[in-house]
Ligand binder design. Structure first.
Ligand code: 13P
Ligand code: SF4
Length: 303
């Protein structure tokens, strides 16, 4: 019933529903487009819809607003934040950058619009290696806010970027021990990992990439079993695309956290319906922020 109401409202209001792979299965099912951060930004930049309803987290909806400032951008639940983005305020970063004059500031897209205004280039997990590799080997670079992704880029590209000391609470608590236990249980399984995981986890991976890249790998690879070190929501699409393959999520039973991003799960069907009906909560950003945050995102899209 609510699904039909959402579909009808979407049509009546010329709205597009964009969803990230970490959202609830029923949200992914009702979305017009499901993707990783890079693909979602591209969709937001190119849509003809009047309303962009973003089933994701706050920084993703802000990015959509920056790329489509004249459209109404709705986030079903304003509490859908991100521990990684919250870990690096613009004020703190500005202070940090004082120690690194003449550095190029590269920020992972998982940061606030204000942090984007302090950045020269934005990257996602889907294009970070490619973009950083285009800069000279000896370029002075500050990378924020994910130390794990930053360390992975340094290792792969031979760069020596200065890293902001932040991490995602979901990925950072996954351990090599847990991956190893699963490897022992499923010896034929390949390990897929998101680069937000710690280096000790990435060391076990057969493939490292964004959510979309991991999905692509699983689809085209010949193995039948995979251990997946990222947020659990991705398993829905993986299983859908590969009904004959087995996927095992990595968890950490020793912490209070599980491999679930509680922010992403705040987008439920009720909230989505209400957001469409009331056209709120809306993402509002000042013209200045939009202008200054647009430039580093646009640089990314040009690559
Ligand atoms: P992707 O861009 O790989 O989908 O990652 C988004 C994210 O929030 C990872 O935690
Ligand atoms: Fe942020 Fe981590 Fe959730 Fe991704 S999984 S949105 S980085 S808190």
């Amino acid at each position: 019933m609510i699904i039909k109401q959402i579909l009808d409202l979407k049509k009546a209001k010329n709205a597009i529903l964009l969803a990230h792979y970490y959202t609830l299965p029923e949200v992914q099912d009702v979305a017009d487009f499901v993707g990783d951060s890079l693909a979602l930004s591209k969709q937001a930049a190119n849509t003809n819809a009047d309303i962009i309803l973003f089933a994701g987290v706050h920084f993703m909806a802000e990015t959509a607003k920056i790329l489509s400032p004249h459209k109404k951008v709705l986030l079903p639940n304003l509490d859908a934040g991100c521990s990684l983005a919250d870990n690096c305020s613009a004020k703190q970063l500005a202070l940090f950058l004082k120690d690194y004059p003449e550095h190029t500031v590269i920020s992972y897209i998982n940061c606030s619009a204000e942090v984007k205004t302090l950045s020269d280039i934005i990257v996602t997990s889907g294009n970070a290696l490619k973009i950083v590799s285009t800069l000279p080997k000896d370029a002075k670079i500050v990378f924020a806010p994910d130390r794990n992704l930053g360390a992975y880029i340094n290792k792969e590209t031979g760069r020596k970027m200065v890293l902001w000391n932040g991490a995602c609470h979901v990925h950072d608590q996954l351990t090599a021990d847990e991956v190893f236990k699963l490897k022992t249980k499923y010896p034929n399984a390949k390990v897929l990992a998101h680069p937000e995981c710690k280096a000790t986890v990435l060391a076990h991976a057969d493939f490292i990439g964004s959510t979309a890249a991991m999905l692509n790998f699983a689809k085209n690879d010949t193995s039948n079993e995979y251990i997946v070190a990222t947020e659990t929501g991705i398993l829905y699409e993986m299983q859908k695309q590969n009904p004959d393959k087995q996927f095992y999520g990595v968890n950490n039973p020793e912490t209070d956290f599980c491999n679930e991003c509680e922010y992403m799960k705040k987008n439920n069907l009720d909230k989505i319906y209400n957001a469409l009906l009331t056209e709120s909560p809306e993402i509002i950003l000042s013209e200045d922020i939009i202008k200054n945050a647009w430039a580093p995102i646009q640089k990314m899209l040009e690559y």
